[in-house]
Design a protein. Structure first.
Length: 295
């Protein structure tokens, strides 16, 4: 069982749709939605309680928003601003289902500003496009995230959701991220890395890293990757594994116990990460350390 505070509770429903929550942190939530409505007539008006993206996986429908009709099918990305009112119709007589991602307002606003700086003039309307077309890579990433979500620790879940939303916004806006200040960014990235070293065994979320540094979670992730060429989560795992080498070789504790102490979700998760980095399993490394010299 995971030891980190990801809550697996359903997100608030959008209108009459049914939802199944996969994972939630204070920053993001992810889950599946299903709509059984099959009437070609417009349904009841719905209100979006959060900034949400839907990735339809089956079925088709029409989203009616501000006097315009938008056809939605698998391969679409559908954007919902918090407080947005819309309704749907199902002219082909079938319902729909898919994946939803919700992101806290401050984080999604920062993401959108990277593509369209003028968004700060209307911060409540973060999404200007009602939908976009997903690339094959985006579709694969969305499905992979849904399959992995319940097993991820907060920092990895949040990073992957933010990365996916960022890519979706790029599809909608066709803009590049804003340029950065390399000197300030170097100091920020190195401060974050130092905190990861210090707290590597803790179930960290991005908020816990970003807030003390006075930056947004998206800004932190972007600057960290630009500086070190890796994600925050990958660096966190690397730091845990660096601490693991001596502890594994010591041989005084069971590997499962050690895995949880180091911050890994399970023994198998620890073994996989260890082997990916060092090319050997923890048990094989331990055994090799027990061999007499010269044998």
């Amino acid at each position: 069982m995971l030891s980190h505070p990801i809550r697996r509770t359903p997100a608030p429903p959008l209108g009459t749709k049914s939802f199944g929550g996969l994972a939630r942190t204070p920053l993001v939530s992810i889950g599946w939605y299903r709509c059984a409505h099959t009437n070609a007539l417009r349904g009841a008006e719905e209100l979006a309680p959060a900034y949400t993206l839907n990735f339809p996986r089956c079925g088709v429908y029409v989203k009616h928003l501000e006097g315009r009709a938008h056809f939605v099918a698998p391969g679409s990305i559908v954007f919902f601003n918090r407080g947005e009112c819309w309704c749907t119709s199902h002219p082909h007589g079938v319902g729909d289902a898919g994946l939803y991602l919700s992101v806290r307002h401050d984080a999604v606003l920062e993401l959108a500003r990277g593509h369209q700086p003028s968004v700060v003039e209307r911060p409540e309307r973060v999404f200007t496009a009602p939908l976009a077309t997903a690339t094959p890579e985006l579709e694969l990433a969305a499905v992979a995230l849904a399959r992995d979500a319940s097993a991820l620790e907060p920092v990895e879940l949040e990073e992957r959701v933010l990365d996916l939303v960022d890519a979706a916004l790029r599809r909608a806006r066709h803009a590049e991220p804003a340029p950065c200040d390399p000197h300030r960014h170097r100091a920020l990235a190195e401060a974050a890395r130092a905190e990861l070293v210090r707290r590597a065994r803790e179930p960290l979320g991005l908020d816990e890293l970003a807030k003390p540094l006075g930056v947004s979670v998206y800004h932190l992730c972007r600057v960290f990757r630009a500086r070190f060429g890796t994600s925050v989560h990958a660096e966190l795992v690397r730091q845990r594994l660096a601490q693991a080498l001596e502890a594994v070789a010591d041989g005084s504790r069971e590997l499962g116990e050690l895995a949880h102490e180091l911050g890994f979700a399970s023994h198998s998760h620890f073994t996989l990460a260890f082997r990916r980095r060092f090319g050997i399993t923890p048990s094989a490394w331990r055994a090799s350390r027990r061999m007499p010299r010269g044998s």
